[in-house]
Write a protein that binds this ligand. Sequence first.
Ligand code: PEP
Ligand code: MN
Length: 346
Amino acid sequence: MLVIMEKNSTAEQCTAVEAAIRRMGFVPLPVPGRSRTAICVTGNKSPIPPTDLAYLPGVLECISVTKPYKLVSREVHDEDTIVKVGDVEIGGPTPVIIAGPCSVETEARTLEVAQAVKAAGANMFRAGAFKPRTNPYEFQGLGLEALQTLQVVRDETGLPVVSEVLDPESVDAMLPHVDVLQVGTRNMQNFSLLKRLAQVDRPVLLKRGMSSTLQEWLMAAEYLLAGGNHQVILCERGIRTFSDHARNTLDLNVVPLVRKLSHLPVLVDPSHGVGHRDRVRVMARAGLAAGAQGLLIEAHVHPDRSYTDAAQTVDIDTLRGVKRDMEVLAQMESISSLNAEDRVTA
Ligand code: PEP
Ligand code: MN
């Protein structure tokens, strides 16, 4: 249930509503919003009769929330969330490009790639210091040394930096060097990691689990918001299916549905979603047309020499092409307004 307070309600009235919710055995969570004060009731397993709270002073109305996820839902918060990272806005009218090599490499090479992706139009740089690998004998990232390299990239290029966090223990080491903490597909339901990230004042880029349903993905995001971190960016990166013509099946069906159900920004990662560099650009276009608010692209000055994920890493020319496509699509302003219309009429 969502309790909407009157515009001129007082702080004491909000506190009284929260206390009443606690007395009922549930947890009240204030929902930030520009136009209204609202308090979400969480922890109830069945609907609460609206009459239980509607009589309290300052309450305008009580709205029942039909989905198990609440804070991420448009039922609770209708306006699009914009996550600000430095000067970059994710979830606003202009889509963004986050690009870089799969892994942080030597300082010189990583900086060279960062300067190249910046010149090609990327808004943020992304590279993994810690790499989750299916095979334990493969390269797992340069770790702490790579965090220093990311710091150099940030200082030299001014680009905000995204990097994957594998476990709660690494969070403190990453915070001084990384602007956005990525949760990879293998960790989407690592609840101890999500609970730790809920406590940090840093945006989290939450990739969809490779075998996760839309509801499981949104529930993982709900953990972050319920724990206090509202700066969450979703990223579709492909799921496991029977298809073997691509590394994963990029589930673009999910994008308009996420836009409809949730106010959180959603990105598409065609690099992991396809796994082959020759199809990354076309699927990037498709992702934007489906309503993605940005792209995550693995790019390198010498893709074949990438430490990891070379087969799906595009060269800088291709990244420039992705940027051009994005600009062409933006001129068709009908795309974003069509997506908004779909949301209303679906
Ligand atoms: C990555 O972004 O390099 C990565 C490991 O991604 P995913 O978690 O989507 O496999
Ligand atoms: Mn990768």
